[in-house]
Design a protein around this ligand. Structure first.
Ligand code: SF4
Length: 261
């Protein structure tokens, strides 16, 4: 019986697999914006607003693989909605961070597996973790795929909400942007939370960072019930006392957007 993938992230054992919600067992997820490929689950970074709260998976801190990279690549290209050279693809954007030390080799390997097939699809990699110059060499070596790296940066200083130092994202963004040749880099400013990271100073910092990216996107906090419950259980400051909301009130109108236009 196999116990590891070819690069060392352990495969889920039977007990872990049985505990996994069915949504997380689906390696290929159809999204309006393309197909999302999630063959590794688990993350130690502890972001308070993690979407894994919605899947009862927040306590899984050690990444585990549902299958090896090659099997996941086969599933993707064989998916009924996959169109070579057309369908946008997102890698490991649901239940882990694709650039974690134990996960990164799988992310880069998957990119190579798709690239050697001659596929020119647009592929998104979204990370808040470390991007090194060596990673950039691999990204620049891809000959066919159109890769965009989105670096998630929040600028939130409250470690209960955002335990990951935003300086890591700043370094990743500048490292990736300085070396970008065959790929593109997007500053992904999120989540913008009223009172936590929407001050003029936060806006000024994000604006300065936007000069180290080919484009900038930003969005608010997806404050669903399960995330609100986690905030309440842990005494975290609730951003929207009137219930679940997505948008930060300052995103449009006289708020953030005009400053980036
Ligand atoms: S990096 Fe992503 S998967 Fe990991 S805890 Fe933060 S939001 Fe969740």
């Amino acid at each position: 019986m196999r116990t590891t993938t070819c690069h060392g992230v352990l495969l889920l054992d039977g007990v872990q697999r049985a505990r996994l919600r069915p949504e997380l067992s689906e390696v290929i997820e159809y999204r309006k914006s393309g197909l999302s490929v999630n063959w590794i689950v688990g993350c130690p970074l502890d972001c308070g607003y993690c979407v894994r709260h919605l899947f009862d998976n927040f306590e899984m801190k050690v990444p585990r693989a549902l299958m090896d990279d090659r099997e996941a690549a086969e599933l993707l290209v064989g998916h009924r909605y996959f169109r070579p050279h057309v369908t946008p693809v997102q890698l490991l954007n649901r239940a882990t961070d694709p650039m974690l030390p134990r996960v990164k080799q799988h992310t880069l390997n998957m990119l190579k597996l798709l690239d050697v097939r001659g596929l020119t699809n647009h592929v998104l990699v979204i990370t808040r973790w470390r991007i090194t110059p060596e990673d950039c060499v691999v990204l620049n070596s891809l000959e066919n795929l159109k890769v965009t790296v989105l670096v998630t940066y929040s600028g939130i200083d409250d470690p209960r909400v955002e335990p990951v130092d935003s300086a890591i994202a700043v370094r990743s963004l500048t490292t990736a942007f300085e070396r970008a040749d065959r790929y593109r880099v997007v500053l992904y400013w999120r989540p913008i939370v009223p009172g936590l990271n929407d001050s003029q100073e936060h806006l000024r910092r994000a604006l300065a960072l936007s000069h180290h990216a080919h484009a900038t996107v930003f969005t608010g906090l997806f404050f669903k019930d399960q995330i609100r419950d986690y905030y309440r259980a842990n005494g975290l400051p609730e951003p929207y006392p009137d219930g679940a909301r997505l948008e930060c009130p300052r995103l449009g109108g006289h708020g953030i957007k005009p400053r980036f236009d």
